[in-house]
Ligand binder design. Sequence first.
Ligand SMILES: [Zn+2]
Length: 159
Amino acid sequence: MGKSKPPKKDSQVPQKHLHSRLSYLHQAATYLATVGSHNGQQKATKSAECTWSVADRDLTNQGSVEATRLLMHLRGVSRKSQIRIAPRVKHSICKCCDVLLIPGETMTEKLANPSKGGRKSWADVYEIHCDKCGTIKRFPCRRKSNQTGREEAKPVAEA
Ligand SMILES: [Zn+2]
């Protein structure tokens, strides 16, 4: 009585529905966050007399609040299902307040070098500041060895 069915060919990706849910949540959050801010910009340019009515601001706020809520869900789903969020997506979410990081709107990008006097060019760090809670994300930005041939020739240890 062979009751066991052969595995379907579609289900090669495990937990496919969760992956699609994660991507849907991110897309929805991005949409809400950007639509809210774009509306605000249009209205601001249209009415040059600076008539930011309270309703407009509320709408914009609501969009970003909703986006933050969706991103909180996204984190929750990924935690519970133990699916890793794609780095591209993860880097666009503040790990502290779950706000969607949009360049020039909710975050500030900066290139920093914490070495003494900034002399060590390989210590360049790409920083993302969340404008809402002030959390800083840091990413090392390695220069390509082609650009600085001298550094590549040297061994790593240089105390
Ligand atoms: Zn934040």
